[in-house]
Design a protein around this ligand. Structure first.
Ligand code: AMP
Length: 189
């Protein structure tokens, strides 16, 4: 089953995905981490991606779809994949829908928090692309381009919202519970 993690930059979905994957034997795929690894390794793709990332812009859909689809195709039937940071645009969501085996997208988890909480967390993180102006641009790009996916998955009846301005442990318990519940539904379907 594939669980899509949606939410603004800084909402904590990466931390949650990592914890849930470790605790439950699930796979965590973060496209941001993948791109940062590529950039650190100095690959052509990584160097190209770095330019977009440092500005707070999105890496082109074609590049991202290529990166993710090959990994989706390598999934085994009983794998649980927490997809963190993808899709971020409607075309990416549509390509994911085509590439994923029918019925395998079991849920979309939407982590929500106010802009003030998000900005404070991003500033506290100290990542290279976390300066105030880049953060503000990333939040704008998120609102304009990625947030419409909330409605897209709500219309597919697979959206669950999680209030992410609470302690990590509370969010973690809810995250794991929702994924497990979706998993049991796909198993009985
Ligand atoms: P993240 O670690 O998820 O915050 O991603 C860091 C940066 O990587 C983003 O600001 C984008 O520049 C790029 N990125 C990650 N995932 C995607 C995606 N699905 N589509 C486009 N750009 C992405």
């Amino acid at each position: 089953m594939i669980a899509i993690l949606l939410g603004a930059p800084g909402v904590g979905k990466g931390t949650q995905a990592q914890l849930a994957a470790q605790a439950n034997g699930w796979i965590h795929l973060s496209t941001g981490d993948l791109l940062r690894q590529e950039a650190a390794a100095g690959s052509e793709l990584g160097l190209q991606a770095k330019q977009y990332m440092s500005r707070g812009d999105l890496v082109p859909d074609q590049v991202m779809v290529g990166l993710v689809v090959s990994r989706i195709c390598a999934l085994k039937a009983d794998d649980v994949l927490l997809l963190d940071g993808f899709p971020r645009t409607l075309p990416q969501a549509e390509e994911l829908g085509k590439a994923a085996p029918s019925g395998s997208i079991g849920l979309a988890l939407y982590f929500s928090a106010s802009d003030d909480v998000l900005t404070a967390r991003l500033l506290g993180r100290g990542r290279q692309d976390d300066s105030l102006s880049v953060i503000q641009h990333r939040l704008t790009v998120y609102r304009e381009t990625t947030e419409p996916l909330v409605a897209y998955y709500r219309n597919q009846n697979i959206l669950h919202e999680i209030q992410a301005d609470r302690p990590v442990e509370a969010i973690q318990a809810e995250t794991s519970e929702i994924v497990k519940s979706a998993l049991s539904q796909t198993e009985t379907a």
